[in-house]
Design a protein around this ligand. Structure first.
Ligand SMILES: [Zn+2]
Length: 65
């Protein structure tokens, strides 16, 4: 049996590390974790890709309302 951990869901109080807007993207890396809004997530995706362990994008889910 494997212990599969769900990625922690982003909530309304999670903020983009760059601009402080609501975070929609959680990026997990060896060195830690970053939160981004949809804009900065996309802007940094290419640059961060080699370091990323898990790219958790919740933007679609949060846009549904
Ligand atoms: Zn941002």
């Amino acid at each position: 049996m494997e212990d599969i951990r769900e990625v922690e869901k982003l909530v309304a109080t999670d903020r983009c590390d760059v601009c402080g807007a609501q975070a929609y993207i959680r990026v997990q890396m060896d060195s830690g974790e970053l939160l981004f809004c949809a804009h900065h997530g996309n802007a940094n995706k290419t640059k961060l890709q080699p370091l990323v362990i898990n790219w958790h994008d919740q933007s679609e889910e949060l846009n549904k309302k």
